[in-house]
Design a protein around this ligand. Structure first.
Ligand SMILES: *[C@@H]1O[C@H](CO)[C@@H](O)[C@H](O)[C@H]1NC(C)=O
Ligand SMILES: *[C@@H]1O[C@H](CO)[C@@H](O)[C@H](O)[C@H]1NC(C)=O
Ligand SMILES: *[C@@H]1O[C@H](CO)[C@@H](O)[C@H](O)[C@H]1NC(C)=O
Length: 263
């Protein structure tokens, strides 16, 4: 019994202390910045909404709230003029929707772009105190195209494998596997186009005698630093070898059945 009463008393005391400290300062109670934001192709993007919830004591004066992107001011809210955007996101931040409703820390970014990936900081201050919190946001741009091809080389001694992913952000990492082997002797080409998106192609050659027919060949990519990943599989299938075994004389060269699996 005594234990319970003691605990209750403690909790009350804590609440009172918290209340006291709160009424004497400005404090960020919650910073809502999504870890990732995916720009879906063929979709009008949802606005990117960031929120900085603030608790402010009734006697505090000179309140200013700022949002910074990579330490550059993009937004400021003060009681007399409410919110206004500045800097490189000036035309992107919609200040009208939320600030009128008394939530100075909410900002909405229209049509976000890959280069809005970075560190977002909310900074609040009054004449008496300050508070500041930061979080990183990663914008993801999904691929415009992702393809995998496996072809018999001209000499029929090798199988040429090509896998390519196009126009993604951030940088992708591609890997090619057949059966359970990851192929490391691959030729990799990485490009960044003028708009900042990455494309990557890997090519490799597998000796024909290492591949049974049929064999699944898989290509997968991950966007570095994210959980965004996709894979494709193609079945290498050499019709010629099957037919030879059956002693058929029909001349069929080779065919590859493609099977696209999106995760
Ligand atoms: C912003 O400034 C802080 C403190 O000066 C620093 O630790 C941080 O790395 C800076 N962030 C960026 C993205 O430049
Ligand atoms: C981000 O990209 C857009 C469009 O490519 C460009 O207009 C803008 O200036 C870029 N912003 C920064 C900070 O690089
Ligand atoms: C990736 O997924 C794991 C497990 O779901 C999660 O903990 C982590 O935060 C995610 N990482 C990113 C960058 O979203």
């Amino acid at each position: 019994m005594a234990g319970w009463r003691g605990r209750g008393l403690c909790a009350t005391l804590l609440a009172v202390l918290t209340l006291l400290s709160v009424t004497h300062s400005v404090r960020i109670t919650n910073l809502r910045v999504p870890r990732t934001y995916t720009l879906l192709r063929d979709h009008e993007p949802d606005p990117l909404v960031l929120d900085c919830e603030v608790e402010i004591g009734p006697r505090e004066q000179g309140f200013v709230l700022k949002w910074l992107f990579n330490n550059h001011s993009i937004y400021q809210w003060i009681p007399s003029v409410k919110g206004f955007a500045m800097g490189f996101m000036k035309s992107k931040i919609d200040t009208k929707i939320f600030t009128m409703e008394g939530s100075p820390g909410v900002i909405s970014i229209k049509n976000p772009d890959w280069n809005m990936t970075g560190e977002y900081t909310c900074a609040v201050q009054t004449f008496e105190s300050t508070d500041k919190r930061s979080a990183r946001l990663q914008i993801i741009v999904p691929e415009s195209d992702f393809m995998l091809e496996a072809r018999m080389s001209g000499s029929r001694l090798d199988v040429d494998v090509m896998c390519a992913v196009q126009h993604v952000f951030p940088q992708p990492m591609l890997s090619v596997m057949f059966d359970t082997h990851i192929l490391d002797s691959v030729l990799t080409q990485l490009d960044q186009d003028p708009s900042g998106l990455y494309s990557m192609t890997v090519r490799t050659r597998i000796p024909r005698d290492q591949l049974e027919s049929p064999t699944p060949i898989t290509c997968a990519f991950i966007l570095i630093g994210t959980n965004y990943t996709k894979r494709r599989e193609t079945i290498f299938y050499d019709k010629a070898s099957t037919i030879q075994r059956k002693w058929t004389t029909v001349a069929v060269v080779m065919s590859i059945a493609s099977l696209a699996l999106s995760s």
